[in-house]
Design a protein around this ligand. Structure first.
Ligand SMILES: *[C@@H]1O[C@H](CO)[C@@H](O)[C@H](O)[C@H]1NC(C)=O
Length: 340
């Protein structure tokens, strides 16, 4: 029996339109492919099993503790999706912009900014032989340069569907408020965020500060956290278009209830989860660049300090805005939050 996951993957693929008629064929093609190793023998001339097949094999046999954790996360996501999402619109190609494609390995990675995405882009480039195979040798601007890694949005529906069916899809998520605090600090608070301060900071000051100084209006350099949150909750912000990717909700960037993700990695367990993905990708020797020791605890403390000063009214509304990310990825309500 193919598990429901594999069937859902084919369904998600079918949602992309133009392939509805192929649905039956896709379902039939997928199962025998796994059973007879047909995909395995055709993958890179049969030299290697694809990452998706490797995961499938892991799920069939006695599972390691880590494989079991990932199976449970997938199930939780699946359950949360059926419980909390109603009728959904069809995916459009631009919805796939964040899903990066590695054709050589058979990987799809949906990047969420502020969740080690620079390092993941580096790792994907290194897997393809850039930076002499050492991710740390690749400068950050190179990793982010447009077009370095193709996006799923660049392909035709048929090509998209083929990749969705046969590639291992993964994403990495993070506690939503910690991610938000990190985005604020990185893009609006610190001096290196000058471009973001001019683009968003000046807007926030003009719109929300009663008596702004000319300096603040011109530079947008001194936006307080409370002002940033008020901007996020301001109905005008969403009306102007999607939120910037650094503070947009992970589910709105990656559509985990419509695309099938095989691995849900977490920032909180980055090293183990990255090693799990790299093992599936057939590159267990590649070391995922590690954050400096203590960096995570410091980020958590900073988030807590920032949110503690926010009124319960704003805390509640903000939780409402990010609630789906909490639910889908099994994050509990932070202890410092006053929701009642
Ligand atoms: C969800 O979170 C709870 C509390 O942190 C944890 O005990 C549980 O194992 C998690 N479930 C999954 C599937 O990750």
């Amino acid at each position: 029996m193919a598990s429901p996951c594999w069937r859902r993957r084919a369904l998600a693929a079918a949602c992309l339109g133009s392939v509805l008629l192929l649905l039956g064929a896709a379902l039939r093609a997928l199962r025998p492919a796994f059973e007879s190793n047909a995909v395995g023998t055709s993958w890179l001339g049969g030299k290697r099993r694809s990452p998706l097949q490797t995961l499938y094999d892991l799920d069939q046999g006695p599972r390691s503790a880590l494989a079991e954790v990932h199976r449970q996360r997938r199930e939780l996501l699946h359950r949360a999706c059926s419980r909390h999402t109603r009728r959904q619109r069809l995916l459009r190609p631009e919805d796939l912009r964040h899903v990066l494609v590695d054709d050589a390995r058979g990987l799809l990675y949906c990047y969420v900014p502020k969740v080690a995405c620079t390092n993941w882009k580096r790792v994907l480039l290194a897997l393809n032989g850039r930076g002499s195979g050492d991710p740390r040798a690749i400068p950050a601007p190179d990793a982010h340069a447009p077009g370095r890694l193709p996006s799923l949005a660049d392909f035709s529906p048929a090509e998209v569907n083929r990749r969705l069916r046969t590639y291992l899809a993964f994403l990495f998520v993070r506690e939503p408020f910690e991610r938000l605090a990190s985005a604020y600090r990185n893009k609006l608070q610190r001096p290196w965020g000058a471009a973001f301060q001019r683009r968003f900071g000046t807007d926030i000051v003009r719109r929300l500060r009663p008596h702004p100084s000319p300096d603040a209006l011109a530079r947008g350099h001194d936006v307080r956290f409370a002002e940033f949150l008020a901007y996020l909750l301001d109905p005008r912000t969403r009306r102007d278009g999607p939120l910037n990717e650094h503070w947009e909700r992970a589910h709105a960037l990656c559509h985990p209830c419509r695309l099938r993700y095989d691995v849900v990695g977490k920032f909180e367990t980055l090293a183990e989860d990255a090693a799990f993905v790299l093992g599936l990708a057939g590159a267990p020797g590649l070391r995922f660049p590690e954050p400096p020791p203590g960096a995570r605890a410091a980020a958590r403390d900073r988030a807590e300090r920032l949110f503690r000063d926010i009124s319960p009214f704003y805390q509640r509304r903000l939780f409402g805005l990010y609630k789906m990310d909490f639910l889908l990825f099994n994050y509990s309500v932070p202890s410092y939050l006053r929701l009642r």
